[in-house]
Design a protein around this ligand. Structure first.
Ligand SMILES: [Fe+2]
Ligand SMILES: [Fe+2]
Length: 188
């Protein structure tokens, strides 16, 4: 079921994640209601952690294997993901009506734009050229399955953030809990 639902190959999936998270950030800027802002922010964090983990699990190995400078490209992306996570943790901790929140959101927007530019203009086209099509299609199914391992989204406007946080489990911050759930790492 999961792989037949996946449209296109893994690059299509990842590019559409990039679009979704970018659009969510735009929505966060557009709303003032603190509860909706919080829910949209948690959704954006959830989508982005899921995306980063899927790339790490399934895309890094093919980058290392097929790209000329694969190891270097992976190293660079790992650094980007760390910065994205640091910024998401700031967003997690900040009051959504504060200046710190806006500053962190601005930073996330910039980091994400860099991430998208690097991948979509350099790594993804090269992967399309070098990796066999069937392999890219198969990876799409794996990525979709991996992303389903953690609950997706609180619904903006509904008072269900708490339920979402409960589903993701107890522990430290949302970013870490999501990552733990997705990678099967024990919750610290
Ligand atoms: Fe990405
Ligand atoms: Fe990445």
């Amino acid at each position: 079921m999961t792989s037949s639902q996946a449209s296109g190959d893994v690059i299509d999936v990842l590019v559409s994640d990039h679009r979704d998270v970018t659009a969510l950030i735009g929505e966060i800027w557009a709303v003032a209601d603190p509860m909706i802002r919080r829910d949209l922010t948690d959704t954006a964090i959830s989508e982005l952690v899921r995306h980063a983990v899927a790339e790490e699990m399934y895309v890094y190995p093919v980058m290392r294997k097929y790209l000329a400078d694969g190891d270097k490209a992976v190293e660079h992306d790992v650094e980007e993901h760390k910065e994205l996570e640091r910024t998401m943790k700031e967003l997690e901790a900040a009051d959504v009506s504060s200046g710190e929140f806006d500053a962190a959101l601005r930073r996330l927007e910039e980091l994400l734009a860099d991430h998208v530019r690097d991948e979509e203009s350099e790594q993804f086209p090269e992967l399309r050229r070098r990796v066999p099509g069937e392999e890219l299609t198969e990876l799409a199914g794996k990525v979709e399955t991996a992303k389903k391992l953690a609950p997706t989204r609180p619904h903006p406007g509904a008072p269900n953030s708490q339920l979402f946080h409960k589903l993701v489990g107890p522990g430290v911050g949302l970013v870490d809990r999501l990552r733990d759930k997705l990678t099967g790492r024990a919750t610290r």
